[in-house]
Design a protein. Structure first.
Length: 295
């Protein structure tokens, strides 16, 4: 029996190496393109969000329209920063590095999510996906989507464990203190603006143009970028900590997260390339035992 197992192991090892080599060769084809659409998305969405404020406060836009536009802008603001967090727009030392950092910092301002905090916690997530002790996103776990949303609401209450507390305790990143200072500045600015608007007689505008859109956008992003691609968050490992899945609302409304498995395997592949990369990689992934839930 032991001899048979040893023989199977010897036969399987070269095959595993061959599969990994083929997998990397395919993935490499999708690494090289600069995602200019993400640059336009991140900066354009931020400009649209800024424009909503004077248009609504001046009466050009009714408040209900400003609320809908602001909620849309917040809900879609994270992914351009996510590309920047992985240096997909411009790696360190390249001529586009400044643009990478600009998109990273600016695009998540409507979400009140500091770029450096997002990157440090996201890197921890990639390194420890679905680990109950080390994955910062583990709190988004839920047996159902509505349970995940409820857990997210509780996590945003005063006194709850926040991303800031997580990285302060667990991260050994050399830029951790800078990240926490930037977080303090951005969060304080957010509350100062809301308070000033309320004192000046624009409390309803403050609530409907930023406070409520931020909470709705956070819930939407958490559901589709964290919970759905990793559900049920019980397995770990290269091909098991996330999945390919069929979204009931389609690829666009789920922000391309049906192919999130590809991102975890190869973090330099731009979002808009994960679908084509998955289709070309699928025959290899099937032999690697990846998780496929209906895609």
């Amino acid at each position: 029996m032991n001899a048979a197992v040893e023989l199977q192991t010897k036969v399987r090892a070269p095959r595993e190496t061959e599969l990994l080599r083929e997998e990397k060769a395919i993935a490499r084809k999708y690494h090289s393109r600069v995602p200019w659409e993400m640059v336009a998305w991140g900066l354009g969405n931020f400009c649209l969000w800024l424009a909503v404020w004077p248009l609504t406060l001046s009466g050009v836009l009714p408040l209900w329209a400003g609320f809908l536009l602001s909620t849309f802008c917040v809900a879609v603001c994270y992914l351009p920063s996510h590309e920047a967090q992985h240096s997909i727009i411009g790696v360190k030392g390249s001529r586009l590095r400044w643009l990478n950092e600009l998109v990273g910092h600016v695009s998540t301002i409507p979400l009140v999510l500091p770029y450096r905090v997002a990157w440090i916690t996201h890197r921890q997530h990639h390194g420890h996906a679905n680990d109950p002790d080390l994955d910062p996103d583990y709190g988004n776990k839920g047996d159902t989507w509505w349970r995940s949303l409820w857990n997210g609401i509780k996590a945003r209450q005063p006194g709850a464990n926040s991303a800031y507390r997580t990285i302060a305790k667990q991260s050994d990143d050399p830029k951790i203190q800078r990240a926490l200072v930037e977080a303090a500045v951005l969060t304080t600015t957010y509350y100062v603006i809301l308070t000033t608007l309320a004192w000046s007689g624009h409390a309803l505008e403050a609530a409907l143009l930023w406070w409520l859109p931020r909470h709705i956008g956070t819930a939407y992003i958490t559901l589709f970028l964290s919970w759905a691609p990793h559900h049920p968050m019980v397995e770990q490992g290269r091909y098991r900590d996330t999945r390919a899945w069929r979204s009931p609302v389609g690829t666009i409304l789920s922000m391309g997260m049906e192919y999130h498995l590809v991102h975890h395997l190869y973090q330099k592949i731009p979002l808009f390339q994960t679908g084509p990369a998955f289709r070309e990689l699928r025959h290899v992934l099937e032999q690697r035992g990846y998780r496929n839930d209906g895609l």
